[in-house]
Design a protein. Structure first.
Length: 530
């Protein structure tokens, strides 16, 4: 009872500004626009001192009420009135203010004003920075008005301040480009969609279908083109897309289908691939790993490894020796199973057509193995066949096997998920994509080795050398039992020859026979493991 009295007393003692804020927030939670307007009118009549929070609460409620036809006129009227009042009182707007007013402007069909508000933020509003939501009203409004050039201008401005598009924005730009017949921009936004999401929503799928089923799409493309350039694009980009433009001519056939476990489209039979990172990303990734290794390793040691790797660059698989040798062993006893490691080495050797993998092992581990005659025999065999690199004392072998796998585009056999904070320092948004394509997991069940190779194909939009497109839909869309894909083919399109023959390693061929991102080059045949 006493607590209740204190609470009432405290509420009664609130100043007018705090009381107005409390009641305004209550209206906002209840979506009570008329109640908020009544409070605002009273506050103005009573000369209540209004601040940024008051105006933002009212503007937010107004901008959220424009979707209701019965409230829209009132919401627009009071929203713009409140914004003018805010300016008159010299109350500085922030990003939330601009976003709310931009939504009001877009609801009125004034996309130019919504965009002008965003462009003036840095100059007029104390360097407030726009966010994706700040641009959305202008962008979506221009797209709905089919003003493609203005929509592109908004995207360009977004890019200039480092704001990235998400699926909804890319789909809107794709749609306006398609409806305005801008085939080059449709192609561009299809690839932006590919790089921003793995599986598209149903609404995005409908936009894609609408374009390919339209008359304009059948008119674009090249029948006479440089096939080698297309192949080169696929290799450079990591497979799954070439980015060279529309290939072929004629009508498209769009179907909803599924993809088999082996990666073949159940509609057209096209083999999908496990998509790798592209050349530029790979070089950046390798450079980041090397830079971090130099910070934490003796520079001379890691430089020596880099130089050695340049001369021994034809490996198809790198093996994390410690991870495999210590798997399911008793750490308290210092257990290390060389037989497990040997099983992995032999399996890779046999799968690859008699090519040795590279085992990376710490020097201190090697000394212990050399003391045992049977272990020493295996180690010497690996050494004699160039299948072993030992890292020096004081080093972290993780940097060595990771750098080798990235630099050589090898498969990497390890169960280490590389979630350690050191690896997070790499800051690579394509790290997971690289892992999907290159990491081989393993298990030993009752002493029997089982390798889990990378998937035969990636769940991502794919563009083939023939100019075909395959688009995976997100779960919960039209197909529930199996993953639904859009299969988009051109029966009259020019048929580019199959993937470059020497672009597939023997190990990679077991993952995907048509994967153009495999390690190339041949190695001198060495004696088989005993």
């Amino acid at each position: 009872m006493e607590h209740s009295k204190k609470k009432k007393k405290k509420k009664g003692s609130q100043n007018p500004e705090a009381k107005f804020q409390f009641e305004l927030n209550t209206c906002s939670k209840a979506k009570d626009l008329r109640g908020a307007i009544s409070l605002y009118d009273d506050a103005v009549s009573n000369n209540t001192r209004l601040n940024q929070h008051h105006f933002n609460a009212l503007l937010y409620l107004c901008s959220n009420s424009v979707a209701d036809p019965s409230l829209k006129p009132t919401a627009l009227d009071y929203g713009f009135r409140a914004f003018c009042h805010m300016s008159a009182l010299a109350v500085l707007p922030n990003e939330a203010t601009v976003t709310a007013v931009a939504r009001l402007a877009a609801a009125k069909g004034d996309a130019d004003y919504a965009f002008d508000l965003v462009k003036s933020m840095g100059k007029n509003y104390n360097n407030a920075l726009p966010r994706l939501r700040t641009y959305d009203p202008a962008l979506f409004c221009f797209c709905e008005m089919l003003d493609a050039d203005k929509a592109y201008e908004v995207e360009e401005h977004m890019s200039g301040v480092g704001v990235s598009l998400e699926e909804a924005e890319v789909a809107a730009l794709l749609k306006v480009s398609a409806r305005c017949g801008r085939a080059d921009k449709v192609y561009e936004y299809l690839h932006k969609l590919r790089s921003s999401v793995r599986c598209v929503s149903e609404s995005s799928a409908v936009v894609i279908e609408e374009w390919f089923r339209g008359s304009k799409s059948s008119e674009v493309g090249e029948v006479e083109f440089e096939a080698g350039q297309v192949k080169e694009g696929v290799l450079r980009n990591g497979g799954g897309w070439h980015g060279q433009g529309w290939v072929g001519k004629g009508d498209w056939v769009v179907s909803r289908t599924s993809v088999g476990a082996d990666g073949h489209c159940c509609c057209c039979g096209e083999q999908l691939v496990c998509v790798d990172i592209d050349d530029a990303e790979r070089e950046k990734f390798a450079g980041s790993v090397a830079a971090l290794a130099f910070e934490r390793e003796v520079k001379a040691n890691f430089s020596e490894f880099q130089a050695w790797l340049e001369k021994h660059a034809s490996y198809e698989a790198i093996v994390d020796g410690a991870n495999i040798g210590l798997y399911q062993q008793n750490f308290a006893d210092g257990g290390f199973s060389i037989s497990q490691l040997d099983d992995v080495v032999k399996e890779l050797y046999n799968r690859s057509g008699k090519k040795w993998p590279l085992v990376v092992l710490h020097n201190k581990r090697l000394r212990g193995l050399m003391e045992n005659p049977s272990s020493r025999r295996l180690v010497e065999e690996w050494m004699n066949n160039g299948a072993l690199y030992t890292t020096p004392n004081g080093s972290n072998d993780d940097w060595y096997w990771l750098f080798a796998a990235v630099k050589l585009r090898c498969l990497l056999v390890t169960n280490d998920e590389m979630r350690d904070h050191i690896f997070e320092l790499i800051g690579s948004n394509f790290f997971n994509q690289w892992k999907e394509r290159h990491q081989v997991h393993y298990t030993f069940v009752k002493g029997n080795l089982k390798l889990q190779m990378p998937p035969s194909y990636s769940l991502v939009i794919q563009e083939s050398e023939k100019g075909y497109w395959h688009v995976p839909l997100a779960p919960g869309t039209s197909c529930e039992s199996t993953r639904c894909w859009l299969c988009i083919t051109r029966p009259c399109g020019h048929d580019v020859v199959a993937t470059v023959s020497n672009g597939v390693s023997s190990l990679d061929s077991q993952v995907d026979e048509n994967n153009a991102t495999s390690v190339t080059g041949k190695r001198k045949e060495r004696s088989p493991p005993s």
